[in-house]
Design a protein around this ligand. Sequence first.
Ligand SMILES: Nc1nc2c(ncn2[C@@H]2O[C@H](COP(=O)(O)OP(=O)(O)OP(=O)(O)O)[C@@H](O)[C@H]2O)c(=O)[nH]1
Ligand SMILES: [Mg+2]
Length: 416
Amino acid sequence: MFKFLKEKLKSAISKISEGVEKEGKVEEKTSEEPQKEEKGFFSKLKEKFTGKEEEKEVIEQKKAEIEEKKEKIEIKKEEKPIVIEHKKIESQKIKEEIKHPIKEERIEHKPKTEEKITEKEPTKGFFSAIKEKIVTTKINEEQFEKLFWDLELALMENNVAVEVIEKIKNDLKGELVEKPVKRTKVKEIIQGTLKSSIGQLFEVHNINLIEEIKNKKEKPYVIAFFGINGSGKTTSIAKIANMLKEKKISCVLAASDTFRAASIEQLQEHADKLGIKIIKHDYGSDPAAVAFDAIKHAKAKGIDAVLIDTAGRMHSNVNLIDELKKITRVAKPDLKIFVGESIAGNDCVNQATEFNEAVGIDGIILAKADVDEKGGAAVSVSYVTKKPILFLGTGQKYSDLQVFDSEVIVKNLGLV
Ligand SMILES: Nc1nc2c(ncn2[C@@H]2O[C@H](COP(=O)(O)OP(=O)(O)OP(=O)(O)O)[C@@H](O)[C@H]2O)c(=O)[nH]1
Ligand SMILES: [Mg+2]
């Protein structure tokens, strides 16, 4: 399972990450500054360094004038002490002259000059803080749609239901579109979002079958199995019977498929191999009556569980669906299990939905998961029907039945 999807997911994660890093609008901020103020800080810096040209010119002019005066004063300073060494007052005057013109210039232009001088101070802080600089990137919806396309295609090719694709897309969109994402964390965020998004697909009330059977006060616990032709119902019943036997839970099989040729013999063979009692009538007889008898037998013998096999039918066949409704009315199953073929992908999901609408289902067995390389049904069917996958059929042996574990699915998809 997931032979292709795992690889596709991996390459899609890399591709989207690279795309976000490449196409995203890069924003910078220092870790010292809260993000919202980031823009203000930079635009402020920018303003300061790109002040009005005239202002710059005036400042430069003034600076030049000051330098010129300084030079003059230096000359005077050198000359005066030699020529008029004794004239201390003169010398004092010169000193004053040295101070004042500059001071006056500074005072005169203080607001502009000082502003420009102090402007450079934050730069120092900025450059020292650059070490802690965090660079974020942002993509818009259009860019996201473009980047998601490959993953969307991969999910579709692997039979993932449209509803599930939409959910995954929306979850990723929520994390990536118009949101500043740290550039070093893009891949991590995508991987994490996909993991939780896919994990959420299985957040439906789960059923521990063994506990349910053990906890039922009034025996027997009745389970009806249904689905389309050849999906794996009878084989799954035999596997469950084997599992119950291993857990020391007794059961009886009801051969309620009185329709398909050799169906009763098929079930009889399993019953013989497992050493379990089977209740059967003739072909063509009422399947509901067979189920009724099996339950009666279980009650009389104190048997823990009854497993009802039914004939395969298409959900669109009204008569056969009515027959199924009758079986459920008579047998009042504690659990109605839809058995679907994992390999049928979207068809399996649609069938589960239709059967659920027609007779109501409590849980799902996905048979033939061992030959399903795509895994779309396993990823989708619970989310679409809101019913748990109870088991995966993973082969033709009795032991080829795995309790469904969503964590294993997420792991097998390479998302852990
Ligand atoms: N590989 C594999 N084959 C399976 C699995 N489950 C069932 N099969 C095979 O699928 C075929 C059909 O299985 P059945 O159990 O007869 O299916 P069904 O739903 O009872 O069929 P009908 O009674 O005709 O509607 C058989 O050849 C089984 O061996 C599974 O988990 N893996
Ligand atoms: Mg069958």
